[in-house]
Design a protein around this ligand. Structure first.
Ligand SMILES: [Zn+2]
Ligand SMILES: [Zn+2]
Length: 210
């Protein structure tokens, strides 16, 4: 078993680069005042300081400005849209901005996705490694259920997950997460799953690779 820090799962950061080190177009893309609006058809209207509005289509990698149309350049408008997406101030094509219902961070969700919304940090998927806040032990997520902690009955005890003593104080409406203890993986009981309210588990940046 190997633990890795998945490289494609790092938080995009809005860097303010040293303008001196950028070429002229990139510098303008970062420093000029431009308003970026996403339109219904998933293109972007970029309005410049001088009041011109250009249409940027990221999927086509095109812009209606002369710089792009005539010279075929990666113009400052195209770059600006990419910068704003990285900074999470506008959504990429096919997605929309939403607030994570757990931590409040801005995240992108598929269009027309219904709440609750979870950002990448708060959403767990099978294989994620989490820390149990009560015991400090590490577990591997097996699956996240649609059921709430006060709905899911644990067969062994006949109690709901929310009723279980150790889960006192965690929200009763948390989704239930099933997970196996990492220490069990090496021991006698490799696949025994336990149910937890989501908030009892703290996300780590690790994932289990089979
Ligand atoms: Zn342009
Ligand atoms: Zn979140």
């Amino acid at each position: 078993m190997t633990l890795i820090h998945p490289s494609d799962d790092t938080e995009p950061t809005a860097l303010a680069p040293d303008p001196e080190r950028l070429d002229a177009r990139s510098r303008r893309a970062w420093t000029e005042r431009m308003a970026v609006d996403r339109r219904e058809d998933d293109t972007y209207a970029v309005t410049t300081e001088s009041g011109h509005t250009y249409r940027v289509d990221l999927r086509e990698h095109s812009c209606s400005c002369p710089d792009h149309r005539i010279r075929g350049e990666q113009c400052k408008h195209l770059r600006r849209v990419a910068i704003e997406i990285t900074a999470r101030s506008v959504a990429p094509p096919g997605r929309e901005r939403a607030r994570c219902d757990v931590c409040g961070r801005v995240t992108f969700v598929p269009e027309a996705a219904s709440p609750p919304h979870r950002c990448r940090h708060c959403r767990l998927v099978a294989g994620d490694i989490v820390l149990d806040r009560e015991t400090g032990k590490r577990l591997v997520v097996a699956r996240v259920l649609d059921e709430r902690a006060d709905e899911r009955v644990v067969e062994a005890t006949g109690e709901t997950v929310a009723e279980y003593e150790r889960n006192d104080g965690y929200p009763a409406d948390d989704p239930v997460v099933e997970a196996t203890y990492l220490s069990d993986a090496r021991g006698s009981n490799p696949s025994r799953r336990y149910a937890f309210p989501r908030s009892r588990l703290e996300r780590t940046d690790e994932q289990r690779i089979e």
